[in-house]
Ligand binder design. Structure first.
Ligand SMILES: Cc1cc2nc3c(=O)[nH]c(=O)nc-3n(C[C@H](O)[C@H](O)[C@H](O)COP(=O)(O)OP(=O)(O)OC[C@H]3O[C@@H](n4cnc5c(N)ncnc54)[C@H](O)[C@@H]3O)c2cc1C
Length: 346
């Protein structure tokens, strides 16, 4: 555990999606020096819409995730007073070539997203099947799939468990996502079980043996993401500056064990360990760092979107049913300075 409590730390944030960006902002506000490493050409993560996917791997296997961009993060001796992280990355130069860079940091925040790495099933024959297979991560528009099936050919046959079969031009895997950190070497102190349980992680954020020098933002799913990531970022920043302290290693490990036991007892599969779906948990999390609780309008809008999506998945995004809640939302400090209050009467 790190006991160097000097105020300003040199921190590497891996990933520049919403989690990484808010982590960088909160760390800087707290006086830390921050370097953000991002594998794509711009920031935004999932919100950086990339229409041109022709050159991408159809199964969504991002070549950089195999460990070339963020390189290797060496962990220091956990019992040393001053834990450091050597981070190797590749920086693109003006001529398009890449230069290897190695820097040493006091802390690393992993913010590589919970929807970055597709979870693929294992199906006998999928490695040798000749036709197109892709994960929904790469799906954008339906046009390329229209009128593609022409005939029942032997080499494109898919045999189902019940004995029925079809010939498919494309298999589109809508099989969700998994967590993977191929660039991160913690000597086994952090691992991913069954593609979905990252651990041990105290409050889904801190590996007890390495925290707060190593932390994760954005692991939880089925939450209202942005405020949650912000509260995680604040907690990390304040721990690193010594303003707050984590519980003892024993207490964190006990909390993790109890949490996992409660998930197992409830029959939650391991790959759903970090699916929260609990507003009250988010408020309890926020209390660790004095972050405001979720506003009522935010919770109601979230629930309303879920209900509307259930009722009509095709069109729910196009209708504006929650005028009152939206008016309330736009009055909040999160929106007012940027957008003003929109006029729905137009
Ligand atoms: C189809 C889809 C729809 C969604 N819709 C919504 C929505 O409507 N509202 C909502 O709140 N959320 C939505 N989400 C959830 C979305 O994941 C979050 O909003 C948010 O983007 C998560 O932020 P993040 O920074 O944790 O992860 P991401 O946005 O995934 O960002 C992670 C970043 O890390 C980078 N990265 C990954 N590995 C490395 C590496 N080794 N080295 C360097 N960089 C790396 C990635 O390139 C990426 O930029 C949606 C997700 C998907 C897939």
């Amino acid at each position: 555990m790190v006991s160097d409590l000097s105020l300003s730390k040199n921190v590497c944030v891996i990933g520049a999606g919403p989690s990484g960006l808010v982590a960088a902002r909160e760390l800087r506000k707290e006086g830390h020096k921050v370097v953000v490493l991002e594998q794509k050409h711009d920031v935004g993560g999932q919100w950086l819409y990339e229409p041109n996917v022709e050159k991408e791997d159809l199964l969504g296997r991002n070549k950089f995730l195999e460990g070339r961009v963020c390189g290797h993060v060496d962990y220091g001796d956990q019992f040393k007073q001053d834990l450091k992280w050597a981070v190797k990355s590749r920086a693109e130069e003006n001529d398009g070539n890449y230069k290897e860079v190695e820097e040493v940091f006091d802390a690393v925040v992993v913010a590589t997203g919970h929807y970055s790495h597709p979870l693929m099933p294992t199906i006998k024959g999928m490695d040798t099947w000749k036709r197109k297979q892709m994960h929904s991560h790469i799906y954008r528009v339906p046009e390329p799939f229209r009128n593609e099936i022409e005939s029942l050919e032997q080499d494109g046959r898919v045999v189902f468990a019940d004995g029925s079969q079809v010939t498919a031009d494309t298999i589109l895997y809508c099989t969700g996502y998994t967590y993977t950190f191929p660039f991160l070497d913690t000597k086994g102190m952090v691992s991913v079980e069954d593609g979905g349980r990252v651990g041990p992680l105290y409050e889904h954020t801190f590996p007890p043996s390495l925290a707060p020098s190593l932390s994760f933002v954005g692991i939880p799913r089925k939450i209202i993401g942005f405020p949650f990531f912000e509260s995680q970022a604040k907690w990390i920043a304040q721990l690193l500056s010594g303003k707050r302290r984590l519980p003892s290693w024993d207490d964190m490990m006990l909390a993790i064990k109890e949490f996992h036991q409660s998930r197992d007892a409830a029959g939650v599969p391991k790959h759903k360990t970090h699916d929260i779906a609990d507003f009250e948990y988010c408020d309890r999390y926020a209390d660790h760092v004095g972050f405001p609780h979720l506003e009522e309008w935010r919770k109601q809008l979230c629930l309303s979107a879920i209900v509307n999506a259930d009722a009509n998945l095709e069109t729910y995004r196009d209708s504006l049913d929650d005028h009152d809640l939206l008016q309330e939302a736009f009055q909040s400090t999160h929106f007012t300075p940027l957008l003003g209050v929109p006029d729905f009467t137009v």
